[in-house]
Design a protein around this ligand. Structure first.
Ligand SMILES: *Cc1c(COP(=O)(O)O)cnc(C)c1O
Length: 380
């Protein structure tokens, strides 16, 4: 082992989460494996999710979709964020569904399909209140009209109609109900214009688990796939999701210091009493974000110990107090279980850093080794 820290990913948790979520939603599931599966490793996570019954994979970009295909994964895949000059021919050839939000993109996709002589599978995205991608109500009729025209000419097949929710993690949100209604309206318009999508989808993890009316044919599952409760619960939450990723390292230096010792740059932290400092070989370049300074702790020696002083790019210091810590002791930055004596969870790190768990997971740096447990290599 030469990396200074490792993210251990239990793919057994991924398969368990797929089954758990499917039993709640009773729909097809799309495993969202964008951003290298939220830092968990897109190819092994995709295989584990498919093996557990997920029917679709979702990614942000053409590059991510093609990387899955290069790994031999042939499962239905949707890619949803593209530059207008992306090489759509590659996606069409690879049999990847293309999420389309503008007529500019639709025209480029249809042109690529025309050149290849192969129809493109597209899924039209409506903006139902998030105001990001997707066609807003003003642009939807035109997008639908062009899609119908291209479909009649044989250049595209509109397989799906879909949208994305703004605040499904707030239970009972009135905005969610408004988005469901707007989506149904957009869908009704598309159908009345002659489109016949097989795959209608709106829900992310939070909606899939809590808002039955948002489920339609398929739910797109990101955070819950990785075992993080989408409602911010620190532990497994009410759904029994299992956190898949544990970020681990080892103590690389230990020193006993007197009161009044400055720690790390600044120093912004000065010891109040004699104590033991343990050095960890990971810092903000590895995902231990400075935004959590002054609040974060790690699991060391059977309990939680605070990270003290400024977190550096490559290192951070833990105040171990009177614990008998030695070089080589294992440390869990965040991991599965939660609880006061256990390792912190991703949800706690997100709270300490004032962000969401997604950003903590995708912030794990490239030099952290990924170690997959229960990996399968055959599923495609
Ligand atoms: C990231 C993403 C998801 C997954 O969201 P979670 O809240 O993590 O489940 C679903 N759909 C789209 C369009 C996304 O970008």
């Amino acid at each position: 082992m030469s990396a200074l820290a490792e993210a251990v990913i239990d793919l057994g948790a991924i398969t368990s989460n797929v089954r758990t979520i499917a039993s709640v939603t009773d729909t097809e599931l799309m495993a969202v494996v964008k951003a290298d599966a939220f830092g968990h490793g897109a190819v092994p996570v995709a295989r584990a999710a498919l093996c557990a019954g997920a029917g679709w994979l979702g990614v942000t970009s053409a590059a991510e979709a093609l990387a899955l295909r290069r790994a031999g994964i042939t499962a239905p895949t949707l890619s949803w964020l593209h530059r207008p000059d992306d090489d759509f021919g590659k996606l069409i050839t690879a049999g990847v569904d293309i999420g389309v939000s503008t007529t500019t993109h639709l025209r480029a996709v249809a042109d690529a399909a025309h050149r290849l002589g192969v129809p493109a599978m597209v899924q039209l995205k409506a903006d139902t209140g998030l105001s990001r991608n997707g066609a807003g109500w003003n642009d939807w009729p035109e997008l639908v009209g062009w899609a119908r025209k291209y479909e009649r000419e044989g250049g595209v097949r509109v397989r799906g109609v879909w949208s994305h929710l703004a605040d499904a993690d707030i239970p009972g949100s009135p905005a969610l109900a408004r988005q469901v209604a707007a989506f149904e309206e957009a869908l009704g318009f598309a159908r009345s214009a002659g489109l016949d999508p097989d795959l209608v989808h709106l829900a992310n993890s939070a909606a899939a688990l809590s808002a039955p009316r948002s489920r339609f044919d398929l739910c797109r599952i990101g955070l819950a796939l990785y075992g993080v409760d989408p409602f911010g619960q620190a532990g497994p939450g009410e759904f029994g999701l299992r956190a898949a990723l544990t970020l681990r390292t080892t103590v690389v230096n230990v020193k006993r210091v007197p009161a009044g010792t400055g720690v790390s740059y600044g120093p912004e932290y000065v010891t109040k009493a004699p104590t033991t400092l343990a050095l960890l070989p990971l810092g903000y370049a590895d995902g231990v974000t400075r935004a959590a300074e002054g609040r974060a702790s790690v699991w060391l020696g059977g309990r939680r110990c605070p990270i003290v002083g400024r977190i550096a790019m490559d290192q951070c210091v833990v105040d171990a107090g009177e614990l008998p810590v030695t070089i080589g002791d294992p440390v869990v930055v965040f991991g599965a279980d939660g609880g006061d004596d256990a390792a912190p969870t991703v949800a706690e790190w997100a709270r300490w850093a004032g962000t969401n768990p997604h950003e903590i997971l995708t912030g794990i740096g490239a030099r952290v080794a990924r170690d997959h447990l229960h990996e399968r290599t055959q599923v495609s």
